[in-house]
Design a protein around this ligand. Structure first.
Ligand code: FDA
Length: 305
């Protein structure tokens, strides 16, 4: 039953009619639990609320699928507007972006040009920008672009994925750049040629890379909802006298909110990932596909505005 529901949500996430209807009618069906809003204003309100509750935020713009230079340029404009809004509203928030949304798959030159505009603005507004890590085919390109930009811009970081065999080496290489890294387990379906097929190995490697990166002394965003990995981080930090401001916990909006508050109350920095934008429906369906138990929220909220 769970597998069937998961498959249904995966299919719905790509259904063009459902996506069009979702755009027309705005956030519905309890999507607010996972998505900050269908536009920038709603996202700003959501960040404000988090900030007033002692939480940090990061905004991720869910734009149109980018298959042309024009759509990559449009997404770039939306991201520039988001940086302006972060500055204008004095939000404790940064920007998290997918390089494919600004043209990585069209050409590295297109992507770099758009990224430089974003990073110029990030310097001007003193706002951090994180390059997310996507599927394996874009991994090396993302790291190359990150390294090139890191020599010119301060406010930039990227992500590494524990499921990839290469990641321990990447972390040590990125240490030469004092990289601010978000550490994740990894979200894409990768082949066993490049990634650990067993979850237990991914979980083990996740703890290993957390230790390596923290001991290297670079800033870490520990992006997980996994109690075991979180307690491991705290143990490593305490044993090695790593100050609480050298790392932060990051979680998705709406997932384990009680744990987010608990960590905040223990004095840790907690940053919440806030996706927003027109393309909210696909993101929402993917969260349900990951965990069909979240369906309870949909049922409760179907008749609410
Ligand atoms: P795991 O999947 O083992 O889950 C641990 C526990 O968390 C579960 O037992 C459950 O209790 C809870 N949980 C997890 N997912 C849940 C859900 N949907 N609903 C309710 N409870 C849930 N990936 C990537 O490849 N590139 C990237 O750039 C990013 N960026 C990113 C940012 C942030 C802030 C987060 C939190 C995650 C990412 N990811 C990502 C996704 C990441 O790779 C991974 O797929 C998910 O975080 C799920 O893995 P966990 O570490 O939470 O552990």
């Amino acid at each position: 039953m769970e597998a069937l529901l998961s498959k249904t949500f995966q299919n719905l996430s790509k259904n063009s009619i459902a996506n069009k209807m979702a755009k027309k009618y705005g956030l519905r069906f309890g999507a607010k639990r996972f998505v900050a809003g269908s536009n920038l204003e709603q996202a700003v309100d959501c960040v404000r609320e988090l900030n007033s509750n002692g939480m940090l935020a990061m905004l991720n713009y869910l734009g149109e699928f980018t298959n042309s230079k024009t759509s990559a340029a449009e997404t770039t404009e939306d991201l520039l507007r988001t940086l302006d809004a972060i500055k204008d509203h004095q939000l404790n928030c940064y920007l998290s972006i997918k390089l494919t949304s600004i043209g990585l798959e069209i050409g590295e030159d297109v992507c770099s040009e758009n990224l430089q505009r974003i990073l110029d603005k990030s310097e001007a507004t003193d706002t951090f920008v994180r390059l997310e890590m996507e599927d394996y085919s874009n991994c090396q390109k993302t790291l190359d672009i990150f390294k090139e930009m890191k020599t010119k811009y301060r406010n930039i970081g990227t992500v590494v994925q524990a499921y990839l065999y290469r990641t321990e080496n990447d972390i040590n290489d990125l240490n030469n750049y004092n990289a601010n890294l978000r550490l994740v387990k990894g979200a894409y379906n990768e082949s066993s040629e490049v990634a650990y097929p067993n979850k237990a190995d991914v979980d083990k490697n996740y703890k290993n890379i957390i230790t390596t990166h923290l001991l290297n002394g670079n800033y870490a965003g520990i992006a997980t909802h996994d109690d075991d990995a979180i307690r491991h981080t705290i143990r490593v930090a305490e044993r090695n006298e790593i100050p609480k401001n050298n790392f932060e916990f990051q979680m998705l909006h709406g997932i384990r909110p009680e744990l987010q508050k608990q960590l905040r109350d223990e004095g840790y920095k907690v940053r919440v990932y806030l996706p927003f934008g027109n393309e909210w429906f696909g993101y929402f369906m993917r969260r349900l596909a990951e965990r069909p138990e979240n369906l309870t929220f949909v049922v409760k909220n179907t008749f609410k505005k």
